[in-house]
Ligand binder design. Sequence first.
Ligand SMILES: Cc1cc2nc3c(=O)[nH]c(=O)nc-3n(C[C@H](O)[C@H](O)[C@H](O)COP(=O)(O)OP(=O)(O)OC[C@H]3O[C@@H](n4cnc5c(N)ncnc54)[C@H](O)[C@@H]3O)c2cc1C
Ligand code: SF4
Length: 521
Amino acid sequence: MSNITSPSAAPYPDEQLREGAVVDCRLLRADLRDEYDYVVIGSGAAGAVAAHTLAKSGASVAILEEGPWVKTRDFSDDLHTSFNKLMRMSGTQILTGRSFMPLLQGRCVGGSTVINSAIAWRTPEDVIESWQREFGLGESVTMAKLDPHFDALERDLNVHPVNDDVLGTSNRLFVETAKAIGIAGAPMQRYERGCKGSSRCLTGCPSAAKQGMNVSYIPWALSLGARIFSSCRASKIEVRNGRAVAVHGRAVDTEGGPSRKVTLIAKKGVFLAASAIQTPNVLRRSGVRNSALGRHFQAHPGLATFAMFDKPIDMYFGATQGAEAIDFRKSDRFKLETISMPPEIAAIRVPGVGREFVERLTQLGNTAMWVVQVRAKAEGVVRPGFGGADQVSFSLLKSDLEQTRKACAVLARLYFAAGAREVWPGIYGVPPILTSPDQVRLIEEGPLDSRSYSFIATHLFGTARMGPDRESSVVGLDFSAHDAKGLYVVDSSIFPTNLGVNPQHSIMAISRLVATQVAEA
Ligand SMILES: Cc1cc2nc3c(=O)[nH]c(=O)nc-3n(C[C@H](O)[C@H](O)[C@H](O)COP(=O)(O)OP(=O)(O)OC[C@H]3O[C@@H](n4cnc5c(N)ncnc54)[C@H](O)[C@@H]3O)c2cc1C
Ligand code: SF4
């Protein structure tokens, strides 16, 4: 039996779990009924932090997670294997609208934190002010209330700038060039302990250095007495007399075996943390009816550009995402970042045909991949899809595409300033290879049609908005659904807007704030 209650945990905390703390629902031989103070749905950023905070207060806590617990020792850098094990729909989800946009989400213990890049950003003050001023959040979410939670999270998850020895060439080149041309590029702040710079965050950290929820708050919550039911999908929350009283779920991935029912009675409350895509449909299935439900979906669509240099860049050594520039967040609604993607993904974007293509492919070690994250104004809708899936429609606005174009042009200039021989914008309608800074204007004059850009969505918000009245919001100022007391929604569904910075830190801080308030009430 382990006693891992603190961040000083052993290197592989997912190997040292209290006996009985994990119920793998694929193996259930009969229906199951159990009773806890709180039931938490989802074990990602929001759910793990809520579960740990509640368990620490002495409450009995159950966590329901649809995905399996994939242990560190079972992570694979083979994309097919990894996407199948860790991602929702094996990574094939899409947002539909004017164009198709891939949507990546984790579906495993730890949620999307298992596959993410561990970048930590406190919620910008102007965002909180706009939530207070324009969306009526008042004193519910203030910087003063969030700051102690950010402090605690940063201590627990060892947030610090990327160490110089694992910065790697691509990240270093970005920082040095940005500074040289007057952009405030800097190493990222990340949740990690002993990052080895393996560039494998997307397929699960092989050394448990990344402080995903699978090796941090979930094991810590279990050691405090919480129990996790993995491979169990919450079908609905039972609301009786206006109060959440139980969660009903079913075992999934039983490979032909019977799918057992799981009923968890919640004596004090339910914390819903299934993510901004799944949460609105869980609420719908639970009988919540509200005109704002599923609406106001927002994202930070991301887009990669590549460049080829005359020297090795070796993007496969260094923190997966290690450098960024935030200068343009307020003025132009975008953020610049470096990234490293597995060769199977990077190769898709190599331009040219025949011999030319093969030559570039052999020089993949000389390429860098830098990305833009756009704080899009567009809003979409999440609806129930076929067979229990979640369907999201989302089309970017012209202004979002204008910001995208500008961001890609800034990146192209940055690449040339860094000495790139070729820039590959990857924009249909713009030449696939640019060879001089004069040609960057072709990006600036590029198409304003989302079908010309290869966006991807990973930052998701707004589908069960928080606000003072039930006409325009789903969740009230006490973080409880308007029509179901004790049903707390703690993921980014409740955010009235997107942020312009990476969301995990804001999600965890708000979840910790809510769980603390509820536990102390
Ligand atoms: C590739 C990638 C890279 C990213 N990089 C960063 C980064 O570096 N920094 C950052 O701040 N953000 C990053 N993000 C975003 C960040 O990971 C998410 O914003 C964050 O994890 C969302 O937290 P969450 O708890 O709402 O959802 P998730 O972390 O996605 O967790 C939700 C969990 O709920 C489970 N679930 C859903 N429905 C049910 C159900 N009905 N029953 C039971 N369980 C259910 C899911 O299986 C999942 O495990 C990245 C995301 C991706 C995909
Ligand atoms: S870069 Fe590699 S070692 Fe560092 S956190 Fe990511 S997967 Fe882990």
